[in-house]
Design a protein around this ligand. Structure first.
Ligand code: FE2
Length: 386
């Protein structure tokens, strides 16, 4: 995948006042999952989500204790890693959390500086700056812990032109399903424990220089049964957005509590990926077997013109098509957005995906929270975890 590093197109202009400049982030570099069977997980992401084979590391490349498959779709890179031996420390991650996200890697200009600036502000180190080399150049990586066992890895690849990273070889496959139009990671959401949201908001402010640019309290995010609170953290150029959720008291068990119980602590709840054509993307994903949450009721779609107001004029999508696919609509002052959520993609009710198409709106679909959570609660009811 070509990711040319040119200083002219960094796009590091500050769009959020108050964000600090000590940690310039160019984008999401990769997301690494620890899974029970990486070979099969890779097949799922190719077949169902339209990812392409990119790189591989394992026994054939001299790695003895793990196998990793790297998948790509436009700017999104997933790394699926599994332990090969009983002694591997990765096993404990699977025992504790099931399949889940271990690393949210951030693309930086200078990994050593990113490590130094964040650890001096209180980040717990995960990996000291490390240089990896091969015939294509060098990559410098360093990592810090965030919530739970999740890690932010800083990746500096300006002196590298290989397919992914030293230690990996190109993965050529005879099986190459078409992409479904997923383009980049829009945001990644973390679930943290009771009374921990503000601790992590402050951590992202102090350690990473992020700003809190949107907040939702339990008065705004609730159903008849459950509630949660959420604060959206962003870096200065808006490329990295991490909403953080915390459960709130409700009559029944909220989806956040369910997550925390099954993930055995804080972790990544959902990955939102952007598309330019959500109808095409979601139709393809459904045809390939991806399961989405059930559609909101018909009354929800009758209310869409009200909700969109003046943005109705620019809306190109046919509401009945959105309804048939279960795609939700929300608007803010700047435009509208279309979004839909998958069911969890592993047996534990933990990580799921959001597919989002932004038509000017910068929000997160607050107007859909109630319909969304009611849909999740119908699933929780079936699992006996509400
Ligand atoms: Fe989201």
């Amino acid at each position: 995948m070509s990711r040319e590093v040119k200083s002219v197109d960094y796009g590091l202009e500050k769009i959020f006042e108050g964000a600090q400049d000590f940690l310039p982030l160019l984008g999401t570099d990769y997301v690494e999952f620890i899974v029970g069977n990486a070979k099969q997980a890779a097949h799922f992401y190719k077949t169902a989500f339209g990812f392409q084979s990119l790189a591989y590391a394992g026994l054939e490349t001299g790695v003895k204790d793990r196998a990793s498959y790297v998948l790509v779709q436009d700017k999104i890179r997933l790394v699926l890693t599994t332990p090969l031996t009983a002694e591997s420390e990765l096993n404990n991650h699977i025992v504790q959390h099931g399949d889940g996200v271990k690393v949210v890697a951030l693309w930086v200009e200078d990994a050593r500086s990113a490590f130094e600036e964040t650890t001096k502000r209180g980040a717990k180190p995960y990996m000291e700056p490390t240089v990896e080399k091969d015939e294509h150049g060098e990559v410098v990586r360093a990592g810090i812990y965030t919530y739970g066992e999740t890690v932010h890895m800083f990746v500096e690849r300006k002196n590298y032109n290989g397919v992914f990273m030293p230690g990996f070889k190109e993965w050529k496959s005879d099986y190459n399903p078409e992409p479904v139009g997923l383009k980049y990671v829009d945001h990644m959401v973390g679930n943290v424990g009771w009374n921990e949201m503000n601790t992590w908001v402050k951590w992202y402010e102090d350690v990473m220089g992020f700003v809190n640019f949107l907040s939702f309290d339990d008065k705004q995010i609730h159903t008849e049964y459950s509630a949660l609170m959420s604060k959206v953290m962003s870096n200065g150029n808006g490329r990295i957005k991490f909403p953080i959720n915390e459960p709130a008291e409700g009559a029944k068990r909220s989806q956040i509590e369910e997550y925390l119980d099954f993930y055995n602590g804080p972790g990544v709840q959902h990955i939102a990926v952007a598309t330019d054509d959500i109808i095409k993307t979601v139709s393809a994903m459904k045809a390939r077997g991806v399961e989405f949450l059930s559609s909101p009721p018909h009354t929800y779609y009758e209310d869409v013109p009200n909700r969109l107001g003046e943005h109705m004029e620019i809306m190109k999508e046919d509401i009945s098509v959105l309804e048939s696919l279960g795609i939700m609509v929300d608007a803010d002052e700047e435009g509208y957005l279309l979004q839909i959520f998958t069911k969890p993609v592993e047996d534990r009710p933990t990580l799921f995906y959001e597919i989002i198409q932004r038509m000017g709106a910068r929000g997160f679909g607050a107007g859909n929270f109630k319909a969304l959570f009611e849909s999740i609660e119908r699933e929780q009811e079936l699992r006996g975890t509400l």
